[in-house]
Ligand binder design. Structure first.
Ligand code: ATP
Ligand code: MG
Length: 561
């Protein structure tokens, strides 16, 4: 595992921390990653995770994992478990510092009574619709609620009876008494508590009123002694409210610093939208390999190291932008190039018979598993009279620049002989090419080119028919057909899904060295890309490979070598 400590780039947040440590404001730092367990983590979360855990590691502080579990209507244990799995996979360890906003429900409720006692909060009986009207707009001030001037005693009594379950859901809320004319709408008497009969994954049915996220988040940071509370830019407008709470409650005040969210092209980052994709079955689940979730990326074969490198590369700033998916794919390629053994796989097989090769003969080529890493050792590739090549590597009427197979043309089999296509056998009814009959040049085995022999430009991959392992291969492409689906005004994102983002090849073949490949193993299928054994559907008797990422222009490279 690469160590984030050494790779943390400089950024404006580090500058702030450096100053705070130099000035003695803090002796050490405490950060936190605060997911709401209402969905699976996506690559945007990875940015926040790498930042918070990376800073804690770098400054020898600590990073808390805190579940902001204030909305039992949307939160589930499944999500809590998945979040932990993803964090560990990324390589981060929160140790003993696992917290839940729900751990603080009693404390938070105490804070609410405290505000009521100070005349800074009141119970309001307006319904949701009325509250909206009273709230005003960005250009118009709001109006005071008719319940705003209830006495402290009445408010305390009502709040306690809310807690005791005397009132129906939606009938009353507790609100802060701030300023209905504040230019910042967050300060117009925001709701602190609402009645909600829902079973909480942790506190069960203990509570029938739950704090709003805004009333829980800042206080949770405060309770945990978080020094630098890092969040995304949309919370900038909430900061005055958090400060108002901490001030009113006279408790420790962490410093909130905002940074820009990660956006990626050809996907979407909102959990709400991702949940819709799952529920409406546009994808097979949260871990569909096309999803921007960490579980989807892991299943597809993206490595944790690649995701971390990506997060370092994009950096941390304050301006909103959208990063090209290719930046992430490049990180994946770079890492898989380093760690993935090579193999030959044929996606759409076309039979080739080497007519001048003895029928009962097999020979074996011993080649490196990885061209740049001898420690990976060697693999053996059997060769025999019948082989399969990829249909894409044959053209009946090829243009001049097509350096692969065509009638009368020569090509080199990777690691093997030069063959010439002598005859094309077609299905008489459909005209489809069924088989190529070729002859091989005995002098050219193992990549040898005899003196004076005409060079052959093309090299193609292949597998021996008798030895190849049949596998299923799943090809993935971008989930959306436009770069920024969330920004599209005319059409909803459902209409922008890429209909060609998923293709299954049921009759692919791979070389026998892959027979024992296990879930999560990645390989470079030479000339094709990186493929990873699926972690859900693959069986030892029928392997399923996911295409993780294609190779860039390998063909051109091989030809020029
Ligand atoms: P979503 O809008 O996708 O539901 P969220 O912000 O509501 O995301 P949380 O579970 O509340 O999701 O996020 C946990 C942490 O991850 C927060 O600190 C949040 O700021 C951060 N985070 C979420 N999405 C991104 C993103 N796209 N880029 C960077 N950080 C993010
Ligand atoms: Mg959120």
């Amino acid at each position: 595992m690469s160590d984030p400590v050494t790779q943390l780039g400089s950024n404006f947040i580090r500058n702030i921390i450096d100053e705070d440590l130099a000035s003695g404001k803090h002796a050490s730092i405490v950060t936190r990653f605060p997911p709401e367990p209402n969905g699976y983590l996506h690559i945007g979360h990875a940015k926040a995770i790498c930042l918070n855990f990376g800073l804690a590691e770098h400054y020898h502080g600590r990073c808390h994992l805190r579940f902001d579990d204030t909305n039992p209507a949307k939160e589930e244990q499944e999500y809590i478990d998945a979040i932990k799995t993803d964090l560990s996979w990324l390589g981060f360890d929160w140790g003993e510092y696992e917290y839940h906003a729900s751990d603080y429900f009693e404390t938070l409720y105490g804070y609410a009574e405290l505000l009521v006692g100070k005349g800074l909060a009141y119970v309001c009986d307006l319904n949701a619709e009325q509250m909206r009207t009273y709230r005003g707009t960005l250009t118009e001030p709001g109006k005071n609620s008719p319940y705003r001037d209830r006495s402290c005693d009445e408010n305390l009594d009502l709040l306690r009876r809310m807690r005791a379950g005397e009132f129906a859901d939606g009938s009353r809320v507790l609100r802060a008494k701030i300023d209905m004319a504040a230019p910042n709408l967050n300060l117009r008497d925001p709701v602190l508590y609402r009645l909600l009969r829902a079973t909480h994954p942790r506190t069960g049915d203990t509570w029938c009123l739950y704090p709003m996220y805004d009333f829980a988040h800042g206080q949770s940071d405060s309770i945990e002694g978080v020094t630098h509370s890092l969040c995304t830019l949309e919370f900038q407008d909430h900061r005055p409210l958090y400060d108002w709470f901490l001030n009113a409650l006279e408790i420790y005040s962490p410093q909130q610093i905002e940074f820009s969210r990660l956006n990626l092209t050809y996907t979407m980052m909102s959990k709400r939208r991702l949940l819709e994709l799952v529920q409406e079955k546009h994808v097979s689940g949260w871990d569909d390999p096309r999803m921007p979730t960490l579980s989807g990326m892991r299943r597809r074969g993206f490595t944790a190291a690649a995701v971390r490198t990506f997060c370092e590369r994009i950096g941390v700033g304050k301006s909103d932008s959208i990063i090209d998916m290719s930046v992430l794919e490049d990180c994946v390629r770079e890492d898989l190039d380093r760690v993935a053994p090579r193999a030959m796989g044929v996606l759409r097989p076309l039979k080739v018979t080497i007519t001048n090769y003895p029928e009962d003969q097999t020979e074996v080529f011993t080649v490196a598993r990885h061209p740049k890493d001898p420690a990976m050792g060697t693999r053996t590739i059997p060769f025999s009279r019948e082989i399969y090549v990829d249909r894409d590597d044959f053209m009946e009427d090829p243009p001049k620049k097509f350096f692969r197979l065509g009638p009368g043309r020569e090509v080199r089999l990777r690691y093997g002989y030069i063959i010439r296509c002598d005859e094309v056998i077609k299905d008489s009814a459909s005209g489809e090419v069924m088989e190529l009959r070729c002859s091989y040049d005995l002098e050219t085995g193992g990549g040898v080119l005899p003196e004076g022999r005409k060079k052959v430009k093309g090299i193609i991959h292949w597998v021996s028919a008798a030895h190849a392992v049949p596998v299923e291969v799943r090809l993935y492409d971008r989930l959306f057909s436009v770069a920024n689906p969330a920004a599209e005004k005319e059409r909803g994102y459902r209409d922008l899904l890429n209909a060609e983002s998923f293709e299954v090849l049921f009759s692919a073949l791979v070389e026998p060295s892959l027979a024992a490949a296990e879930a999560g193993d990645s390989f470079q299928f030479e000339r094709l890309g990186y493929f990873t054994v699926d972690n859900k559907d693959s069986q030892p008797e029928k392997l399923v490979f996911n295409r993780s990422v294609t190779l860039r222009d390998t063909w051109a490279k091989l030809v020029n070598n």
